[in-house]
Design a binder for this molecule. Structure first.
Ligand code: ZN
Ligand code: ZN
Ligand code: FE
Length: 751
């Protein structure tokens, strides 16, 4: 018997694990599994993922490998686990080796993680040594991307470098059996950072700081609270005066505020929460989830049927609620309108003084700005509207190229994508590049990603929008190396196919949005294409062109956009009179159209939404992009169906004239604007289907800001079902453009 064991063949394998496997407790997990299965060797964080050398009997090794894949830690995301035979070296134990730094790092940085249930239990356990400690974390939870200064992910490369571990923390950090084994941000009250409350009266720390913060919130004050990727402004959502104060001080007129609910029960009291949405709310990204409102909170989300709700994800947030903070807090990014979220302490104090009544400031620095993500559940599954904390910087696709690429996206809702070894990493949401501070933050994000992945400017293929006047284009053109321009709406269509890694699939691509530079120099936004990523996309159909008087201003004033479309209709009623009551701006815009002065040509579906919104009562200036379209969707949800409007496909165009005629006639006839708005949505869904029938029996992909419209998506799902695909990992809005650019460039250039 003994001889049998002694002569048992000894096997050795080298294993390479790729995916999100660093900063998620993967090495300690492998260590524990190795001990469990009695195999020897080592594990380490390599530049290309986790490397394992394992020795034992063939059966042991196979059981070990199966366990590695099947029992991986919750935050890990294994993309591949490949093993090959290697020389048997005769190890007599299993160890965790130091990280290796050799080649270009293509490991995936983990996004930030929400407080885990084990840490939450300790946080509220008076006998635990981290009881009430606002920076508690472990290998399964806590900050990652927001504290990493460079790779590989080890404490000296994070914003925790300045805190030396105390003896008990040190023991946990080095104990392979402990949940905090190699947890880089590990700390406790004795050795780690803490929080301070700064009020007009002075500084307060410790538990009193939290108690004071809570009583200020209950009293209606506005607090600036440092979170994972930036500061929030918080106040009690149930106090209209507090909410009004945030709006006034922040110069944010109408855009909805996000809410943080104390727990699931509190969330259920204010929104409808179907199971899929509940799962999304609780998912590891802890995004803001848009959900139908069940109650009214004055001033939180004007003219909106939904609230954006999230659950607490940092220990500090949990502590605030546990200390008695109001159960629903407004939790909005701390900035003035259009500025990027504040994340540095001095900058936050400068910019938020006069907005916040007090600052709850933690000592741990934030390495980079990361907003909260925004998502929603539709018939097509999760749809991401803002790709940021908890999602970025994930590799959303593997593209057929080995060239390093930087794709700079579009100017609105900017996000950038870098491609390293074929993996497309999409950055966090950066913002609108028509504001100087956002441009700075765009450049910082690019520098940051290039440094993190060790990309040199001169070896990069730089991909940008075809718009000659975009700030992002100008930036791309200032870089050395090869440059590729990609047309905006083709990039939208490509973003959906990139997510699915469908490089050869022939599709009918629908790209509807507000604005994008077309091949012919006009403003596109209601486009149909056929083709594939590999063959390219040919434009085959579009919205009937209309005039766009006054250029960019037309996007701010729905009545101005309306003038351009309505100029094509005969026998218009006097729209300056009720029920339309258009302001003077409409008449002036009509003059521009008539004389063809400062008037452009557009096929923008966004402007058609604006036109219908104007006809149904939205005649003022918008205060944020897409507001009129959101308003139109909002009232359409309240409308009843049955009314049918013609929106015919004529030749290669969708003819909006009969549609607008019906809208005007019904409005004059005194029909309910909600019913008219609904009929408009139905007509749009029907015409998309009709256009796709004309184009041919192809799978349909749809992208562009218009497809954030939940009603339109629902109507399309009823008609097209799974024949249609939409974005799931990047936003349908311009936040997804950089991924589409990457896919088109990757398929265009030889590897
Ligand atoms: Zn934890
Ligand atoms: Zn400690
Ligand atoms: Fe767009």
């Amino acid at each position: 018997m003994n001889a049998g064991i002694a002569t048992q063949p000894r096997d050795a394998r080298r294993v390479h694990v790729r995916g999100i496997v660093q900063g998620v407790g993967f090495r300690p997990f492998v260590f524990r599994i190795a001990h469990l299965h009695g195999v020897h060797g080592w594990v380490l964080n390599g530049e290309r993922g986790v490397e394992i050398h394992v020795e034992g009997s063939t059966a042991q090794i196979e059981r070990f490998l199966r366990a590695v894949v099947e029992q991986a830690p919750p935050a890990a995301n294994i993309v591949s686990c490949e093993s090959s035979a290697t020389a048997f070296e005769g190890f007599d134990d299993f160890t965790i080796r130091a990280s290796e730094k050799t080649d270009r790092p293509t490991v995936r940085v983990s996004p930030d993680l929400p407080l885990c249930s084990d840490c939450e239990r300790e946080l509220f356990d008076p006998s635990d040594r981290r009881f009430g400690y606002p920076y508690i974390n472990c290998t399964n939870c806590g900050p990652r991307y927001s504290i990493i200064r460079s790779l590989p992910y080890d404490r000296p490369n994070t914003t925790m470098a300045g805190w030396t571990l105390c003896a008990p923390c040190e023991r946990e950090y080095h104990d392979p059996a402990n949940r905090r084994f190699h947890a880089q941000p590990v700390a406790c009250a004795a050795c780690g950072p803490t929080y301070v409350l700064r009020t007009a009266a002075g500084h307060i720390d410790g538990d009193v700081a939290l108690q004071t913060a809570v009583s200020m919130l209950r009293g209606g004050a506005i607090l600036a609270i440092k979170g994972l990727g930036g500061y929030h402004l918080a106040c009690d959502a149930a106090q209209p005066q507090a909410v009004r104060n945030v709006r006034e001080r922040k110069y944010r007129k109408e855009r909805p505020f996000a809410l943080m609910a104390r727990d699931l029960d509190a969330a259920k009291r204010i929104v409808e929460l179907p199971p899929a949405a509940e799962a999304l709310l609780f998912s590891i990204a802890r995004p803001i989830v848009l959900l139908p409102a069940r109650v009214a909170f004055d001033g939180v989300a004007p003219h909106n049927r939904e609230f954006g709700v999230m659950l607490p994800y940092t220990p500090l947030q949990s502590l605030l609620f546990a200390h008695g903070a109001p159960e629903i807090l407004v939790m909005t990014s701390a900035n003035r309108s259009n500025e990027p979220i504040a994340y540095e302490d001095d900058d936050a104090r400068d910019r938020l003084t006069g907005i916040a009544d007090a600052f709850l400031t933690g000592e741990r620095e934030i390495a980079r700005r990361v907003d909260d993500s925004v998502a929603r559940v539709t018939a097509y599954g999760t749809s991401i509207l803002r790709h940021a904390r908890g999602y970025a910087p994930r590799a959303v696709a593997t593209l057929p190229t080995q060239r390093p690429m930087l794709c700079v996206g579009a100017d609105l809702k900017n996000a950038v994508t870098v491609v390293v070894d074929g993996q497309a990493f999409v950055s966090q949401h950066i913002g609108d590049l028509d504001h100087f501070p956002v441009v700075e933050s765009f450049k910082t994000a690019i520098r940051d990603l290039c440094e993190m992945y060790e990309l040199n400017a001169d070896e990069l293929t730089v991909v940008h929008d075809a718009h000659p006047e975009y700030v992002s284009t100008a930036y791309a053109l200032s870089l050395p190396g090869e440059r590729i321009a990609v047309q905006h709406h083709r990039a939208h269509v490509a973003s959906v196919l990139a997510e699915r890694e469908a490089f050869d699939l022939n599709v009918a691509g629908v790209a509807f949005d507000g604005t994008g530079y077309g091949d012919d120099g006009t403003i596109w936004g209601g486009e149909f294409f056929t083709g594939s990523l590999r063959t390219g996309f040919r434009r085959v159909m579009s919205l009937r062109p209309a005039a766009l008087p006054g250029g960019d201003a037309a996007a701010r004033f729905p009545v101005q956009a309306a003038a351009g479309f309505l100029a094509q209709l005969d026998d218009l009623p006097d729209l300056m009179q009720p029920p339309f009551a258009f302001p003077d701006r409409y008449g002036k815009a009509m003059k521009l159209v008539e004389h063809n002065v400062r008037t452009f040509t557009t096929t923008s579906m966004g402007r058609l939404f604006d036109t219908v919104a104007a006809l149904l009562g939205f005649t003022r200036e918008i205060t944020f992009e897409g507001q009129a379209a959101m308003w139109l969707e909002h009232i359409a949800w309240q409308g009843t169906g049955g009314r049918m409007y013609a929106f015919p496909v004529t030749g290669e165009q969708l003819d909006f004239r009969p549609l607008l005629r019906s809208v005007i006639d019904d409005r004059v006839a005194g029909e309910d604007p909600s019913d008219i708005a609904r009929a408009f949505h139905v007509a749009l869904a029907d015409t998309i289907v009709a256009a796709c029938e004309v184009i041919g029996p192809l799978p349909v992909v749809a992208s562009g800001g218009v497809f954030q419209n939940a009603l339109l998506i629902e109507l399309l799902y009823e008609r097209l079902g799974t024949r249609m695909s939409v974005n799931a990992k990047v936003p349908a809005n311009d936040g997804g453009i950089s991924l589409g650019q990457a896919a088109i460039a990757a398929c265009k250039t030889p590897a």
